[in-house]
Each structure stands twice: as C-alpha cells, then as structure tokens.
Design a binder for this molecule. Sequence first.
Ligand code: C5P
Length: 298
Amino acid sequence: MDGETGNNGLKQITLAAYAKLNLTLDILRKRPDGYHDLRMVMQSISLHDDVSVRETEDGSIRCRSSLPYLSQGSGNLAVKAAECFFQQTGLPRRGLEITLDKRIPIGAGMAGGSSDGAAVLQVLRRWYAPRMPQEELERIGLLVGSDVPFCLRGGTALAEGRGERLTELPPLPPCHLVLCKPTFSISTAELFGSLAGKKLRLHPDTAGVLEALERQDLKALCRRFYNVFEEVLPNRYREVQDIKRRLLDCGAQATLMTGSGSTVYGVFEDADEAQRCYERLRADYPLSYRELPIQSIR
Ligand code: C5P
C-alpha cells in the first residue's frame, strides 16, 4: 500500500479498467421501476482504459480524460462512483483527481464508463474501507450503473436482474477477438425505449451456452451467441449487419453486437486469421481492435 503514498502523504495509483463483451443478451421483462430484467453472459476482454486516482488537498472530486468532450463532473461514472462511495459509507469526503486514459470507445456497448467507475470504487475501498465486503462494494456499484457490479468482478459471468445478480462461469475457451465500432454510437436508454410494444421473437439459448462453457466447446458456444437487441435495431444502424457480414467473410466463427451496441465482434480460433481480419477492417474503421478474453482483472 505504501508504495501508493507520495512524500507529501497523498496517495496515488493507476489501475486498468477492462471492457466487457456480451456473449448473450436476453431481455425477460420490463420492471415496475422502469428497468428491464436481463439475462446475459458477459466476458472481460483485454481492451482497457487506464484509471489514475490521486488524493488532493482541496476536497473536490475532479476528472479529466484523454477525450475532452467527456463530462468532468458526476455525468462521468468515475466521478459518480467516488461520490456514491462517500455518500454510502458515510466516510469523510476526500479530494480526488481522477485521470482517464480512454481506449474503450464511448457508446459502444463495452461498459467503458462502468469499468472506469468500478476501478474508482476498487481504489477507494482499498484506501479507505479495506474491510468492506465485495457484496457491499457491488451494492454501491449498482447505484452507479447496471454494469458496474460485473465490472467489479470481471472474468466470465452470468448476469441477471438489472445485471447485478452475478454467477461466476467457466472461462471462454481460448480464442481471438476482432472488434469493430461503427462511426455511430447507440444510446442504451434509447434502445431500451425502442422495445416498447415490440414482441421479441427469438431469445438466446442461455442454458446451452452455460453447458458449452462447462464442456469448453467453442464451436457449440459460437452457434449460440445471441443478442436480442440485434432484432430491434432501427434501420439507420444497418452498418452493424454490414460489419457482421465482413467478419464472417474473414472466417469468424461467430459475430455479435455487444450490449446495446454499437460495437460488433467476431470470434476466431486462428490468431493469423484474426490478425488479417483486423487489418482489413481497420482500413475502413479506425475503431477496430484485436483482443483476447481475460479471466482475472486484478
Ligand atoms: O443502469 P444504467 O444507468 O447503466 O442504465 C442505462 C439505461 O438503460 C437505463 O436508464 C434504462 O433505460 C436502461 N436499462 C434497463 N434495464 C437494465 C439496464 C439498463 O432498462 N437492466
């Protein structure tokens, strides 16, 4: 810990905040509180932001980032997380300067903001409440955003309820991931809103995915990746389908939009095939990535 305290007595640390992908996303029902009950299989991946937290003496919580248009106040989940932490624990509020080196694209369905918030919560527990149980940290995380509890745990998990009821799962078998974010972003709230009055025809075979994870059968998994949002995606977002087609043409075993989009990814068994696909997509889409699933985030 005391590698984290400078000569001035103020602490500072930098943590990686990992992105997630949905292997499945199912919407079960709309709840009286306006949220939806979901069932999702989520996976942490190697793509990450770097989150630095530094104590300051002025008592304010500030955030700056490598993307100048991101909120510097509580509209930024990193700041909201710090504010929730002090409110919920009743601990005296400290001055903090949070710096986000963003690599996870915004509005991309990869929980970039939630992951930054989760990293801040982890730092604050470590510094100010080291005996706080994981469940309590996850309860505070849910006040910050529905994906924050998963981002606090990472790995491979079944997420139910709003996303906070987590069951750890066996890892995704070794594979290579190519991700591509179209030029547009999709608002999560807007996409949930567009479900009103629509009946979903198809649902993922979540039980089949859980079995295939148990058996470590990548081919069976790839046949079952499914996200119900793809069915209700407004026509103006059809580029999602174009990218899926391109990933398949390059040899992807499965392609899926993650979360509420707009990022699309492809799963490859072969590293060279993934690399060639990445290079082809990158020529048209600057926000293309070649990544790996990861199991341990801390
Ligand atoms: O919890 P979070 O702020 O990330 O959610 C963003 C929006 O997504 C919510 O305002 C809600 O419209 C929608 N949402 C939902 N059901 C969930 C998670 C999110 O309806 N389980």
